[in-house]
Design a protein around this ligand. Structure first.
Ligand code: EPS
Length: 387
Protein backbone atom coordinates (compact mmCIF):
# COMPACT_ATOMS: atom_id res chain seq x y z
CA UNK A 1 0.00 0.00 0.00
CA UNK A 2 1.34 3.41 -0.99
CA UNK A 3 0.71 6.04 1.69
CA UNK A 4 2.12 9.28 3.02
CA UNK A 5 2.09 11.62 5.96
CA UNK A 6 2.87 15.32 5.93
CA UNK A 7 3.91 17.56 8.82
CA UNK A 8 4.78 21.21 9.20
CA UNK A 9 3.26 24.61 9.93
CA UNK A 10 3.09 27.38 7.33
CA UNK A 11 5.64 29.56 9.18
CA UNK A 12 7.50 26.77 10.97
CA UNK A 13 11.06 25.73 10.04
CA UNK A 14 10.15 23.23 7.31
CA UNK A 15 7.56 20.96 5.73
CA UNK A 16 8.11 17.21 5.75
CA UNK A 17 6.51 14.23 4.05
CA UNK A 18 7.21 10.54 4.50
CA UNK A 19 6.09 8.22 1.70
CA UNK A 20 5.82 4.55 2.57
CA UNK A 21 5.36 1.71 0.09
CA UNK A 22 7.29 3.34 -2.77
CA UNK A 23 8.97 0.52 -4.76
CA UNK A 24 12.71 0.12 -5.40
CA UNK A 25 14.53 0.84 -8.63
CA UNK A 26 12.52 3.91 -9.67
CA UNK A 27 14.69 6.72 -11.08
CA UNK A 28 14.12 9.80 -8.89
CA UNK A 29 15.87 13.13 -9.43
CA UNK A 30 15.22 16.16 -7.21
CA UNK A 31 14.76 18.24 -10.40
CA UNK A 32 11.64 16.20 -11.28
CA UNK A 33 10.02 17.25 -8.02
CA UNK A 34 11.43 20.80 -8.00
CA UNK A 35 9.90 21.51 -11.41
CA UNK A 36 6.41 20.96 -9.99
CA UNK A 37 7.24 22.84 -6.78
CA UNK A 38 8.23 25.84 -8.91
CA UNK A 39 5.04 25.53 -11.01
CA UNK A 40 2.99 25.56 -7.79
CA UNK A 41 4.57 28.85 -6.77
CA UNK A 42 3.58 30.61 -9.99
CA UNK A 43 0.36 32.29 -10.99
CA UNK A 44 -1.13 35.74 -11.23
CA UNK A 45 -3.03 36.67 -8.07
CA UNK A 46 -0.55 35.38 -5.49
CA UNK A 47 0.46 37.53 -2.50
CA UNK A 48 3.85 38.43 -1.01
CA UNK A 49 4.78 35.04 0.43
CA UNK A 50 5.71 33.47 -2.89
CA UNK A 51 8.38 36.17 -3.34
CA UNK A 52 10.05 34.91 -0.15
CA UNK A 53 9.93 31.16 -0.79
CA UNK A 54 12.05 29.16 -3.26
CA UNK A 55 10.63 25.68 -2.71
CA UNK A 56 13.23 22.96 -3.31
CA UNK A 57 12.98 19.36 -2.17
CA UNK A 58 15.59 17.63 -0.02
CA UNK A 59 15.54 13.85 -0.37
CA UNK A 60 16.46 12.76 3.17
CA UNK A 61 15.85 9.02 2.95
CA UNK A 62 14.82 6.22 0.62
CA UNK A 63 16.79 7.38 -2.44
CA UNK A 64 20.39 6.44 -3.27
CA UNK A 65 22.34 7.36 -6.39
CA UNK A 66 19.18 8.59 -8.12
CA UNK A 67 17.12 5.44 -7.50
CA UNK A 68 14.56 4.52 -4.87
CA UNK A 69 15.47 1.78 -2.39
CA UNK A 70 11.99 0.60 -1.42
CA UNK A 71 12.41 2.13 2.04
CA UNK A 72 10.36 5.12 3.28
CA UNK A 73 11.15 8.27 1.30
CA UNK A 74 11.49 11.44 3.38
CA UNK A 75 10.97 14.72 1.55
CA UNK A 76 11.74 18.07 3.21
CA UNK A 77 11.09 21.61 1.96
CA UNK A 78 12.42 24.47 4.08
CA UNK A 79 10.23 27.49 4.82
CA UNK A 80 12.49 30.44 4.04
CA UNK A 81 9.97 32.71 5.81
CA UNK A 82 10.82 30.89 9.07
CA UNK A 83 13.61 33.39 9.76
CA UNK A 84 10.89 36.07 10.20
CA UNK A 85 8.81 33.87 12.52
CA UNK A 86 11.33 32.14 14.82
CA UNK A 87 9.94 33.75 18.01
CA UNK A 88 6.26 33.72 16.99
CA UNK A 89 6.45 30.05 15.98
CA UNK A 90 8.96 28.90 18.60
CA UNK A 91 8.62 25.44 20.13
CA UNK A 92 9.87 26.79 23.50
CA UNK A 93 7.48 27.73 26.33
CA UNK A 94 9.60 30.73 27.36
CA UNK A 95 9.03 32.39 23.96
CA UNK A 96 5.26 32.69 24.48
CA UNK A 97 4.09 36.32 24.32
CA UNK A 98 0.44 36.69 25.46
CA UNK A 99 0.19 40.00 23.57
CA UNK A 100 0.85 38.26 20.24
CA UNK A 101 -2.40 36.41 19.67
CA UNK A 102 -4.90 36.13 16.81
CA UNK A 103 -8.45 36.29 18.20
CA UNK A 104 -10.65 37.27 15.23
CA UNK A 105 -11.46 34.14 13.17
CA UNK A 106 -12.03 34.45 9.42
CA UNK A 107 -15.39 33.25 8.09
CA UNK A 108 -14.76 30.31 5.78
CA UNK A 109 -11.41 29.37 7.36
CA UNK A 110 -10.67 26.53 9.79
CA UNK A 111 -10.05 29.23 12.45
CA UNK A 112 -13.21 29.11 14.60
CA UNK A 113 -14.13 25.42 14.48
CA UNK A 114 -10.43 24.66 15.00
CA UNK A 115 -10.02 26.67 18.23
CA UNK A 116 -13.22 25.13 19.57
CA UNK A 117 -12.20 21.59 18.69
CA UNK A 118 -8.59 21.83 19.88
CA UNK A 119 -9.23 24.05 22.93
CA UNK A 120 -6.92 26.83 21.72
CA UNK A 121 -7.01 30.53 22.64
CA UNK A 122 -4.90 31.67 19.67
CA UNK A 123 -6.30 31.23 16.16
CA UNK A 124 -2.68 30.96 14.91
CA UNK A 125 -2.52 27.52 16.54
CA UNK A 126 -5.07 26.45 13.92
CA UNK A 127 -4.37 28.55 10.85
CA UNK A 128 -0.71 27.57 10.65
CA UNK A 129 -1.57 23.98 9.83
CA UNK A 130 -4.83 24.69 7.98
CA UNK A 131 -2.86 26.93 5.59
CA UNK A 132 -2.55 25.89 1.97
CA UNK A 133 1.23 26.00 2.49
CA UNK A 134 0.73 22.29 3.26
CA UNK A 135 0.01 21.70 -0.42
CA UNK A 136 3.75 22.09 -1.06
CA UNK A 137 4.12 18.57 0.27
CA UNK A 138 1.18 17.23 -1.75
CA UNK A 139 3.05 18.46 -4.82
CA UNK A 140 6.37 16.99 -3.63
CA UNK A 141 4.71 13.64 -2.97
CA UNK A 142 2.89 13.84 -6.31
CA UNK A 143 6.23 14.59 -8.01
CA UNK A 144 7.65 11.40 -6.51
CA UNK A 145 4.56 9.48 -7.68
CA UNK A 146 5.09 10.80 -11.22
CA UNK A 147 8.58 9.22 -11.18
CA UNK A 148 6.80 5.86 -10.92
CA UNK A 149 4.04 6.74 -13.41
CA UNK A 150 6.55 7.87 -16.07
CA UNK A 151 8.03 4.41 -16.80
CA UNK A 152 4.47 3.06 -16.87
CA UNK A 153 3.63 5.56 -19.63
CA UNK A 154 1.03 7.40 -17.51
CA UNK A 155 0.98 11.22 -17.80
CA UNK A 156 -1.04 13.54 -15.59
CA UNK A 157 -1.66 17.13 -16.71
CA UNK A 158 -3.80 19.91 -15.28
CA UNK A 159 -4.89 23.43 -16.11
CA UNK A 160 -7.38 26.07 -15.00
CA UNK A 161 -10.77 25.85 -16.70
CA UNK A 162 -12.64 28.59 -14.85
CA UNK A 163 -12.00 31.54 -12.48
CA UNK A 164 -14.72 33.64 -10.86
CA UNK A 165 -17.29 32.47 -13.42
CA UNK A 166 -15.05 33.13 -16.48
CA UNK A 167 -14.67 29.90 -18.44
CA UNK A 168 -11.81 28.93 -20.73
CA UNK A 169 -12.82 27.50 -24.10
CA UNK A 170 -10.65 24.76 -25.48
CA UNK A 171 -13.13 22.08 -26.52
CA UNK A 172 -11.74 19.51 -28.92
CA UNK A 173 -8.05 20.25 -28.29
CA UNK A 174 -5.89 17.28 -27.20
CA UNK A 175 -4.72 17.42 -23.56
CA UNK A 176 -1.04 17.97 -24.56
CA UNK A 177 -1.99 21.13 -26.46
CA UNK A 178 -4.24 22.53 -23.73
CA UNK A 179 -1.49 21.82 -21.21
CA UNK A 180 1.27 23.42 -23.30
CA UNK A 181 -0.78 26.60 -23.76
CA UNK A 182 -1.82 26.72 -20.10
CA UNK A 183 1.80 26.34 -18.97
CA UNK A 184 2.65 29.55 -20.84
CA UNK A 185 -0.25 31.47 -19.30
CA UNK A 186 0.10 33.54 -16.09
CA UNK A 187 -3.25 32.15 -14.95
CA UNK A 188 -2.70 28.62 -16.36
CA UNK A 189 -5.54 29.07 -18.85
CA UNK A 190 -5.32 27.84 -22.47
CA UNK A 191 -7.62 30.52 -23.89
CA UNK A 192 -6.13 34.01 -24.43
CA UNK A 193 -9.50 35.76 -24.25
CA UNK A 194 -10.44 34.12 -20.95
CA UNK A 195 -6.90 34.76 -19.68
CA UNK A 196 -7.24 38.52 -20.27
CA UNK A 197 -10.66 38.63 -18.61
CA UNK A 198 -9.35 36.68 -15.59
CA UNK A 199 -6.32 38.96 -15.14
CA UNK A 200 -8.65 41.99 -15.19
CA UNK A 201 -10.98 40.33 -12.69
CA UNK A 202 -8.06 39.56 -10.34
CA UNK A 203 -6.97 43.21 -10.49
CA UNK A 204 -10.52 44.37 -9.72
CA UNK A 205 -10.82 41.97 -6.79
CA UNK A 206 -7.44 42.96 -5.42
CA UNK A 207 -8.52 46.61 -5.42
CA UNK A 208 -11.80 45.69 -3.74
CA UNK A 209 -10.04 43.61 -1.04
CA UNK A 210 -11.86 40.52 -2.28
CA UNK A 211 -10.84 37.03 -3.43
CA UNK A 212 -11.68 34.52 -6.18
CA UNK A 213 -12.21 30.78 -6.60
CA UNK A 214 -12.34 28.61 -9.68
CA UNK A 215 -12.29 25.20 -11.30
CA UNK A 216 -9.27 23.15 -12.37
CA UNK A 217 -9.24 20.19 -14.74
CA UNK A 218 -6.91 17.19 -14.48
CA UNK A 219 -6.47 14.70 -17.34
CA UNK A 220 -4.46 11.48 -17.05
CA UNK A 221 -3.51 9.57 -20.20
CA UNK A 222 -1.81 6.23 -20.84
CA UNK A 223 -3.97 4.42 -18.28
CA UNK A 224 -4.63 0.72 -18.79
CA UNK A 225 -8.17 -0.52 -18.17
CA UNK A 226 -8.70 -1.98 -14.71
CA UNK A 227 -7.03 0.34 -12.19
CA UNK A 228 -9.35 0.43 -9.17
CA UNK A 229 -12.13 -2.10 -8.69
CA UNK A 230 -15.90 -2.51 -8.68
CA UNK A 231 -15.82 -5.09 -5.85
CA UNK A 232 -15.62 -2.89 -2.77
CA UNK A 233 -16.31 0.74 -1.88
CA UNK A 234 -12.80 1.59 -0.70
CA UNK A 235 -11.19 0.10 -3.80
CA UNK A 236 -13.17 2.27 -6.22
CA UNK A 237 -11.04 4.75 -8.15
CA UNK A 238 -13.69 7.50 -8.20
CA UNK A 239 -14.25 7.36 -4.46
CA UNK A 240 -10.59 7.56 -3.52
CA UNK A 241 -9.84 10.27 -6.07
CA UNK A 242 -12.80 12.31 -4.83
CA UNK A 243 -11.74 11.91 -1.20
CA UNK A 244 -8.14 12.89 -1.89
CA UNK A 245 -9.12 15.92 -3.96
CA UNK A 246 -11.78 17.11 -1.50
CA UNK A 247 -9.12 17.03 1.23
CA UNK A 248 -7.46 20.01 -0.48
CA UNK A 249 -7.87 23.40 1.18
CA UNK A 250 -10.92 25.29 -0.20
CA UNK A 251 -12.04 22.35 -2.41
CA UNK A 252 -15.83 22.21 -2.52
CA UNK A 253 -16.66 19.87 -5.38
CA UNK A 254 -15.24 17.14 -7.61
CA UNK A 255 -16.64 16.06 -10.98
CA UNK A 256 -15.58 13.10 -13.10
CA UNK A 257 -16.27 13.27 -16.83
CA UNK A 258 -19.61 14.96 -17.44
CA UNK A 259 -20.08 15.17 -13.67
CA UNK A 260 -23.23 17.01 -12.59
CA UNK A 261 -24.19 17.54 -16.24
CA UNK A 262 -24.74 13.75 -16.59
CA UNK A 263 -27.62 14.01 -14.11
CA UNK A 264 -29.45 16.37 -16.48
CA UNK A 265 -29.23 14.13 -19.58
CA UNK A 266 -30.86 10.89 -20.71
CA UNK A 267 -28.86 7.68 -20.62
CA UNK A 268 -28.48 7.59 -24.40
CA UNK A 269 -26.74 10.98 -24.23
CA UNK A 270 -24.43 9.96 -21.40
CA UNK A 271 -23.05 6.44 -21.90
CA UNK A 272 -20.04 5.98 -24.20
CA UNK A 273 -20.73 3.39 -26.93
CA UNK A 274 -18.25 0.52 -27.38
CA UNK A 275 -16.71 -0.65 -30.65
CA UNK A 276 -13.91 -3.11 -31.60
CA UNK A 277 -10.77 -2.15 -33.54
CA UNK A 278 -9.56 -5.49 -34.98
CA UNK A 279 -6.26 -4.09 -36.31
CA UNK A 280 -5.26 -2.79 -32.87
CA UNK A 281 -7.13 -5.61 -31.08
CA UNK A 282 -8.57 -2.95 -28.76
CA UNK A 283 -11.99 -1.66 -27.72
CA UNK A 284 -12.81 1.93 -28.67
CA UNK A 285 -15.28 4.49 -27.31
CA UNK A 286 -17.31 6.96 -29.33
CA UNK A 287 -16.98 9.57 -26.56
CA UNK A 288 -15.58 9.94 -23.05
CA UNK A 289 -18.48 11.26 -21.00
CA UNK A 290 -17.58 8.84 -18.22
CA UNK A 291 -14.24 10.62 -17.80
CA UNK A 292 -12.31 7.36 -18.06
CA UNK A 293 -13.93 5.40 -15.24
CA UNK A 294 -16.71 2.84 -15.17
CA UNK A 295 -17.67 0.84 -12.09
CA UNK A 296 -14.87 2.38 -10.04
CA UNK A 297 -12.19 1.28 -12.56
CA UNK A 298 -10.26 2.94 -15.34
CA UNK A 299 -11.70 1.88 -18.70
CA UNK A 300 -8.70 2.78 -20.88
CA UNK A 301 -9.98 6.25 -21.86
CA UNK A 302 -8.28 9.33 -20.41
CA UNK A 303 -9.27 10.12 -16.82
CA UNK A 304 -10.95 13.55 -16.65
CA UNK A 305 -11.50 15.12 -13.23
CA UNK A 306 -12.48 18.66 -12.29
CA UNK A 307 -12.20 20.26 -8.85
CA UNK A 308 -14.08 23.39 -7.73
CA UNK A 309 -12.37 25.65 -5.18
CA UNK A 310 -14.19 28.37 -3.27
CA UNK A 311 -12.56 31.82 -3.00
CA UNK A 312 -9.78 32.23 -0.41
CA UNK A 313 -11.25 33.08 2.99
CA UNK A 314 -8.70 35.75 3.98
CA UNK A 315 -10.16 39.04 2.75
CA UNK A 316 -8.29 42.35 2.82
CA UNK A 317 -11.73 43.92 3.35
CA UNK A 318 -12.69 41.49 6.11
CA UNK A 319 -16.16 40.14 6.84
CA UNK A 320 -17.98 40.21 10.18
CA UNK A 321 -16.65 38.00 12.96
CA UNK A 322 -16.43 37.80 16.75
CA UNK A 323 -13.37 38.31 18.95
CA UNK A 324 -12.97 34.94 20.71
CA UNK A 325 -11.43 36.64 23.79
CA UNK A 326 -14.01 39.41 24.37
CA UNK A 327 -16.96 37.96 22.36
CA UNK A 328 -17.41 41.42 20.82
CA UNK A 329 -18.64 41.58 17.24
CA UNK A 330 -15.85 42.82 15.01
CA UNK A 331 -14.18 42.25 11.63
CA UNK A 332 -12.08 39.17 10.88
CA UNK A 333 -8.29 39.38 11.10
CA UNK A 334 -6.36 40.57 8.03
CA UNK A 335 -3.51 38.19 7.23
CA UNK A 336 -1.17 38.47 4.28
CA UNK A 337 -2.73 36.27 1.59
CA UNK A 338 -3.46 35.75 -2.10
CA UNK A 339 -6.32 37.16 -4.21
CA UNK A 340 -6.55 33.78 -5.92
CA UNK A 341 -4.44 30.64 -6.06
CA UNK A 342 -6.31 28.68 -8.73
CA UNK A 343 -3.25 28.36 -11.04
CA UNK A 344 -1.45 26.73 -8.08
CA UNK A 345 -4.52 24.60 -7.32
CA UNK A 346 -4.23 23.05 -10.80
CA UNK A 347 -0.66 21.91 -10.08
CA UNK A 348 -1.75 20.61 -6.67
CA UNK A 349 -4.75 18.68 -8.03
CA UNK A 350 -2.46 17.20 -10.71
CA UNK A 351 -0.11 15.98 -7.96
CA UNK A 352 -2.95 14.51 -5.91
CA UNK A 353 -4.28 12.59 -8.91
CA UNK A 354 -0.74 11.39 -9.73
CA UNK A 355 -0.29 10.03 -6.21
CA UNK A 356 -3.64 8.23 -6.22
CA UNK A 357 -2.97 6.71 -9.67
CA UNK A 358 0.48 5.51 -8.53
CA UNK A 359 -1.24 3.79 -5.60
CA UNK A 360 -3.79 2.13 -7.87
CA UNK A 361 -1.06 1.06 -10.33
CA UNK A 362 0.84 -0.58 -7.47
CA UNK A 363 -2.31 -2.35 -6.28
CA UNK A 364 -2.90 -3.70 -9.78
CA UNK A 365 0.65 -4.64 -10.74
CA UNK A 366 2.18 -5.24 -7.30
CA UNK A 367 5.88 -5.75 -6.92
CA UNK A 368 8.70 -4.45 -4.77
CA UNK A 369 10.77 -3.14 -7.66
CA UNK A 370 10.10 -1.26 -10.87
CA UNK A 371 11.31 -4.25 -12.92
CA UNK A 372 8.79 -6.54 -11.24
CA UNK A 373 6.00 -3.99 -11.72
CA UNK A 374 6.79 -3.57 -15.42
CA UNK A 375 6.85 -7.36 -15.92
CA UNK A 376 3.46 -7.69 -14.25
CA UNK A 377 2.09 -4.78 -16.27
CA UNK A 378 3.32 -6.25 -19.57
CA UNK A 379 1.84 -9.65 -18.73
CA UNK A 380 -1.52 -8.07 -17.88
CA UNK A 381 -1.62 -5.98 -21.08
CA UNK A 382 -0.84 -9.06 -23.15
CA UNK A 383 -3.61 -10.98 -21.40
CA UNK A 384 -6.07 -8.15 -22.14
CA UNK A 385 -5.01 -8.11 -25.82
CA UNK A 386 -5.35 -11.88 -26.17
CA UNK A 387 -8.72 -12.14 -24.41
C1 EPS B 1 -2.08 30.99 2.97
C2 EPS B 1 -1.66 32.31 3.16
C3 EPS B 1 -0.46 32.87 2.48
C4 EPS B 1 -0.22 32.09 1.22
C5 EPS B 1 -0.12 30.65 1.62
C6 EPS B 1 -1.44 30.11 2.00
O1 EPS B 1 0.70 32.69 3.26
P1 EPS B 1 1.20 33.78 4.29
O2 EPS B 1 0.25 33.70 5.43
O3 EPS B 1 2.59 33.34 4.69
O4 EPS B 1 1.19 35.08 3.56
O5 EPS B 1 0.92 32.55 0.57
O6 EPS B 1 0.40 29.87 0.59
C7 EPS B 1 1.66 29.44 0.74
C8 EPS B 1 2.49 29.83 1.70
C9 EPS B 1 2.05 28.50 -0.28
O7 EPS B 1 3.17 27.99 -0.24
O8 EPS B 1 1.22 28.24 -1.15
C10 EPS B 1 -3.18 30.40 3.74
O9 EPS B 1 -3.61 31.00 4.73
O10 EPS B 1 -3.67 29.32 3.37
Amino acid sequence: MLRFFTAGESHGPALTAIVEGFPAGVPVRPEDIDRDLARRQEGYGRGGRMKIERDRVQLRSGIRFGESLGSPVTLVVDNLDWRNWTRKMSALAEDRDPKVRVTRPRPGHADLAGVQKYDRQDVRDILERASARETTMRVAVGGLAKCLLRPLGIEVRAWVSEVGGIRARHEGLPPEEIFAAAERSPVRVADPEAERAIVTLVDECKKAGDTLGGVVEVVATGLPPGLGSHVHWDRKLDGRLGGALLSLQAAKGVEIGLGFEAARRRGSQVQDEISWDEAARAYRRSSNHAGGTEGGMTNGSPLVVRVAFKPISTLMKPLGSVDIASKEETRAVIERSDVMAIPAAAVIAEAVVAFELAGFALEKFGGDSLREILRNRDGYLQQVREA
